[in-house]
Design a protein. Structure first.
Lengths: 305, 242
């Protein structure tokens, strides 16, 4: 494992020289370390690049980390990871990605993650993406996340891409069974000429299922973001999505939420707000002694926290 | 004299004169309540003291130092605090963070508890909550006051603290100001219409038509206000707002 990978790991995961629990480190498309635990087995896929992660039923309070790092230009990494979460399990999955390039060649990581959550299981999924290095080559991270939640399963997704990634297309889809709940918190910061496109498609098929999707984004400089969410209520269910964006300089944001009620007892809500930082917010923080620049930074940090 | 305003004038960008040759003095360690009719210039005066508005002419002295051209940030650092009439909400910034920003340092829970208990809130219940739209009008008003308390400023300006809060919060707010009055450490200026706030003042100043039309001790000023109210048919009793 090279030094750049170690630096990236510190930023995208809880790595401090080692991991707690099962892990697999992916470095430039290769495995740089793997450990399974008694309850969490990590195996290589036989037909395509990637992993199968098997979490035994009733596994409690364990963490599995599967960070991926690209440390040089010219790498185009594609990986398929499948997570099979047993009934009644309650675990945390950490799946960050870091890309570093010092050359003019592009570097890309495309992680396709599928989650199969058994009955009554609960997963906290943490995903942090960053881009680093002084190279002019574009840094691409294009995650695809697909989730199927069985009866009363709960998936909490906490994803963050805070700077350095030039191009990203994020596609998340989920199908929810009876009583299943999906919580998504997404935070994206784009700067310079970066672009970020994020797509959500959630189908609530089971009675009393629910989704709560909150996306917060900041588009600075000449960057551009687009948000598109589709929430479909095919059963008595509750859906809420919220897209808040701050734009500054020439930043541009498009938001296109869609709600589709296909059942008379589907209750769906969407809230969206796009705008620059409110002048009153800056004034308030300046009356506390912050400069205008400090106030802006504090507001954005808080917004994306 | 802690604060002196000399011949302050201010016009809106449209050219409407709001403050006109206004003169005001705030003594050291005193509570001065500024009252007067709506549209008379009270909030503009408060924002001019905080540096949010910049006067077109005149001088502002803080402890004898000319701060007329000092901006909001530097004025805050010089010891001026301002509590907004409509407290600002922030998505993602917690109560703890806002109070620490006000204090200029990280604070132990016990210290945050001190500030929050002074405004009648339990710190543990609130410190991790965001200062967003989920807080009620009364809650955010109290948190606003807690932020200015955390600054320990030589001069704190409250712009109509009673505005937009319910009766229970109002009663609690009055107690907060009464407590602050007992333990003054710096001067306080409160823009208010409320009789109970007027009664705890060391001095009352009346602003009308962009000028201070009268300033003096509460016992003299309350008499004057009562006479003016009788003439105008208005009432300064707190019940009026409910």
């Amino acid at each position: 494992m090279n030094e750049i990978t170690k630096d990236l790991l510190r930023e995208i995961s809880e790595w401090d020289g080692s991991f707690k629990g099962a892990y697999n480190i992916r470095e430039n498309g290769q495995c740089a370390g793997r450990v399974s635990s008694k309850n969490i087995k990590i195996e290589s896929k036989k037909d395509q690049p990637g992993l199968e992660i098997w979490i035994a039923p009733n596994t409690k309070d364990e963490t599995v980390s599967i960070p991926a790092c690209v440390t040089q230009g010219g790498v185009d990494d594609l990986v398929y990871n499948d997570f099979f979460v047993g009934e009644n399990a309650d675990v945390t999955i950490v799946a960050g990605c870091g890309i570093h390039t010092e050359t003019g060649e592009p570097a890309r990581h495309n992680g396709i993650h599928r989650f199969f959550l058994g009955k009554n299981s609960r997963v906290k999924y943490l995903e942090k993406h960053i881009g680093k290095g002084h190279g002019t080559g574009l840094r691409y991270i294009d995650p695809v996340t697909e989730a199927e939640l069985e009866e009363n399963a709960v998936l909490e997704m906490d994803t963050a891409q805070i700077g350095g990634v030039d191009r990203t297309t994020r596609v998340t889809s989920a199908k929810l069974g009876e009583g299943a709940k999906l919580y998504i918190r997404e935070r994206i910061l784009t700067e310079k000429e970066q672009t970020a496109k994020t797509e959500f498609h959630v189908e609530m098929n089971g009675k009393d299922s629910g989704v709560d999707l909150i996306s917060r984004s900041v588009a600075r400089d000449d960057s551009h973001q687009s948000y598109h969410s589709v929430i479909v209520g095919n059963a008595p269910c509750t859906g809420h999505s919220e897209c808040d964006a701050i734009i500054s300089e020439n930043g541009k944001v498009d938001a296109a939420p869609e709600l589709h009620a296909r059942d008379n007892d589907a209750a769906l809500i969407h809230e969206a707000a796009i705008g620059k930082i409110a002048g009153e917010q800056i004034l308030k923080l300046r009356t506390l002694g912050l400069t205008e620049e400090e106030a802006e930074a504090t507001i954005i940090d808080g917004f994306l926290s | 004299m802690l604060l002196t305003l000399e011949n302050i004038s201010w016009r809106t960008p449209e050219g409407v004169c709001i403050l006109q040759d206004l003169n005001l003095t705030v003594p050291d360690n005193k509570l001065v309540v500024i009252t007067g009719p709506n549209g008379g210039g009270k909030t503009t005066l408060a924002k001019t003291i905080a540096g949010i508005y910049h006067q077109d002419s005149g001088r502002i002295l803080l402890n004898g130092k000319d701060i007329s051209d000092v901006d909001i940030t530097e004025r805050a650092k010089a010891g001026v605090s301002f509590a907004f009439q409509q407290p600002v909400r922030f998505k993602g910034i917690t109560v703890r963070k806002l109070i620490e920003l006000a204090a200029g340092e990280s604070l132990p829970l016990s210290k945050i508890c001190d500030y929050m208990s002074k405004v009648g809130l339990c710190a543990e219940e609130y410190i991790d909550r965001e200062v967003n739209a989920t807080l009620s009008g009364g809650e955010i008003k109290r948190i606003e006051i807690a932020t200015v308390l955390a600054r320990h400023s030589v001069l704190t300006v409250f712009d109509e603290p009673e505005a937009g809060i319910d009766l229970w919060s109002f009663t609690s707010l009055i107690k907060t100001f009464e407590e602050m009055r007992k333990n003054l450490n710096g001067s306080i200026v409160i823009i208010s219409h409320q009789e109970r706030i007027l009664r705890i003042a060391d001095e009352i100043a009346v602003v009308a038509n962009g000028r201070i039309t009268a300033q003096g001790k509460p016992e003299d000023m309350m008499q004057l206000l009562a006479e003016n109210n009788a003439m105008s048919g208005k009432c300064y009793k707190q019940e009026e707002m409910f």
